[in-house]
Write a protein that binds this ligand. Structure first.
Ligand code: HPA
Length: 293
C-alpha cells in the first residue's frame, strides 16, 4: 500500500479517494453507497441503532486512512442497508487538533463520495452559546463560522475537480435536508463555530464567538462539510449540545460530561438520521414528486 498520507505533497487527494473507494467497494461488497453518516463524540451507539451488525470495517486498512485518536472516536465503519438506501456509517472522525492536515481530515468524506454518496450527515457534540438551547438538545446546523484558519480546498488539485476552488457556501447546510429533519421532529437550528482546539475555549473566547453570531462551538465537522459541498454532495449537520459553553453555565466544561451527554442523545440522533434517510430514499412522495436530488 502506498505510504504517503492523504493529500501529502505530490499526491492528488481525489485520486487517493477513488482508490480508497474501490477498496471500500471490495471490502463491503456494495457496488455503491448513497449516504454517509459520521458519528461524533459519544454517538458511537447510533451505528447499531441504525442497523449496523457484525464486525466493522477497519478503516485504517483502507488506503491513506489515519488512526483516530479523539476520545470515543473509532476508525470503524459499517455498510448498512436502510430501506432502499445503502448507508456507510462511520464511528468517529479525524480532527485537525490531532495534527492531521485538512486533506487527511476529509479523506473519509471524499472516499465515500467517490463510492457514490450524495448525502452526507455529519453529527457532532458542541458547546451551546445560545441561551435558548438546553443541554442534551439536538440542533440542526444552519450555517457555520470556519475559525480554523484552514480549508480542505487548499492546493492546486482542488481547482480541477467538483465545483473548483471558490465554491458557493450559501446554503452549504442543505435547507432541503433541514426541512426533512423538521418533518421527523422539530429541532432548533444554529450557527456552528469551528475552532481548532484541542483545548476548550476561554470565557473571553466564548463572548467573542457569541458576538460573531455563533450558537454552537465545536472542533470538527466544518472541513467535512466544505469537502462534501465541493464535490456536490448535500450536507446535514446534527449537533448535540453537550454543555453550556465556557463561562455560560456556571461549572467548568468537563470532557466526561461531553461524552455522557452526547450518549443520552443517541436515540434522538438515530431517529432524525433514519427519518431523513427514509424520506430521501422513498422514491415517490404523496404528491408524486421524487425527493431524490
Ligand atoms: N467547546 C468545543 N467543543 C466542544 C464543546 C465545547 O464547549 N462541547 C463539545 N464539543
Amino acid at each position: 500500500m502506498p505510504s504517503t498520507r492523504a493529500g501529502a505533497p505530490g499526491a492528488n487527494p481525489f485520486d487517493q479517494a477513488r482508490v480508497a473507494a474501490r477498496e471500500l467497494r471490495r471490502m463491503t461488497g456494495a457496488a455503491r453507497h448513497d449516504v454517509l453518516v459520521v458519528l461524533g463524540t459519544g454517538l458511537f451507539p447510533v451505528a447499531a441503532q441504525l442497523g449496523a451488525t457484525g464486525p466493522p470495517i477497519d478503516l485504517t486498512s483502507l488506503p491513506w486512512f489515519s488512526r483516530f485518536t479523539g476520545p470515543g472516536h473509532r476508525p470503524e465503519a459499517w455498510s448498512v442497508p436502510l430501506g432502499e438506501a445503502r448507508v456507510l456509517v462511520v464511528a468517529g472522525r479525524l480532527h485537525l487538533y490531532e495534527g492531521a492536515t485538512p486533506s487527511e481530515v476529509v479523506h473519509g468524506v471524499r472516499t465515500a463520495i467517490a463510492a457514490g454518496v450524495r448525502t452526507v450527515i455529519l453529527t457532532c457534540s458542541a458547546g451551546g452559546l445560545n441561551p435558548a438551547f438546553s443541554t442534551g438538545e439536538v440542533v440542526a446546523i444552519s450555517d457555520h463560522l470556519n475559525l480554523t484558519g484552514t480549508s480542505p480546498l487548499l492546493g492546486e488539485a482542488v481547482d480541477a475537480v467538483g465545483g473548483g476552488r471558490h465554491i458557493e457556501m450559501t446554503d452549504a447546510w442543505s435547507p432541503r435536508l433541514r426541512m426533512l429533519t423538521h418533518a421527523v421532529a422539530p429541532v432548533r437550528e444554529g450557527v456552528y463555530a469551528q475552532v481548532l482546539g484541542p483545548e476548550l475555549e476561554t470565557p473571553a473566547e466564548i463572548k467573542m464567538l457569541a458576538t460573531l453570531g455563533a450558537d454552537l462551538v465545536g472542533m470538527s465537522t466544518v472541513p467535512e462539510a466544505i469537502a462534501a459541498r465541493h464535490l456536490g454532495a448535500e450536507v446535514l449537520g446534527l449537533a448535540v449540545v453537550t454543555n453550556a459553553a465556557a463561562g455560560m453555565g456556571g461549572s467548568p466544561v468537563a470532557l466526561d460530561e461531553i461524552v455522557d451527554t452526547a450518549g443520552r442523545a443517541v436515540e434522538e440522533v438515530t431517529a432524525l438520521t433514519r427519518g431523513v434517510i427514509e424520506q430521501l430514499h422513498t422514491n415517490v412522495t404523496a404528491e408524486g414528486d421524487s425527493l431524490r436530488g
